[in-house]
Design a binder for this molecule. Sequence first.
Ligand SMILES: [Mg+2]
Length: 229
Amino acid sequence: MITQVVPNKRGGSVKHSFRDVQAKVNALQGAPLETGGPLLGPQKPGKKGMKTLVLDLDETLVHSSFKPHPGRQSDLQVPLLIDKVECKVHVLVRPGTLQFVETLAKNFEVVIFTASLAKYAEPLVAMLDKNRSWCSQILFRDHCTYNEQEETFVKDLSRLGRDLKDVIIIDNSPSSYCQHKENALACRSWFNDVRDRELYEFIPILKKLAKVEDVRPYLSKIGSEATHK
Ligand SMILES: [Mg+2]
C-alpha cells in the first residue's frame, strides 16, 4: 500500500493512502465521468479485430511510494501537485514490464485500467510509454464501480464495449475482477523483487490466447490449475 505521512491537527501524524490523497485532489478538480456508453472508444486502426489486454498498474506493473525506496533508486519519478505542493512519486518498475507490453502490443489492444486517479496514472503511463507504442487507452478510478460493502473498486469488464470472449485482465487484486473471473489471468502482487519473472512467463501464454476463439475457457483452466497446485 502506498502511504504518505501527513500531520494532523493535534500535532501527531496520520497515514494516508496514496489513493486517499489523490481522491482529495480529484475532488478539487471535480470532473465527473459521463455515464452511459462504453468505457473504451473504438479500436484504433491497426488494432481492429485484436483481443483486448487489460492491465492493472499498481503492484502489477509498478510499485509506487511517496517516500524513496530504501536501498534502491527509483526507476521513475512522477511529479504530482497536492494542495499546490509539488510531490514526487517514486516508482519501481516490475522486471520485464517494457518487454511484456511492447511484445504483446503486437498481438493485442493493450489498455491500462487502474483504480488510481488520472493525475498519477496518466503521467506515469506517459513515462512508461515514451514512444506511444503500446498503450491504446487508459481507464482510471472514475471508470471503476465502487463496491460499498467490500470498500473496493471493481473493474466491470462488461462496460468496456468489447466482446468478453476477447478480453483478458491481468490484475494483482482478485476483487477488481470479481465479476469476470473467467477473463482473468491472476498475478502475484509485486513490490520490489528484482528476481520476479512473472511477466516474462505470461508472454508465451498470452501469445497463444491472442489466437483462440474465446479466451474464457482457457483462462478458467489456467486458474483452476493454479488453484490446485
Ligand atoms: Mg493493483
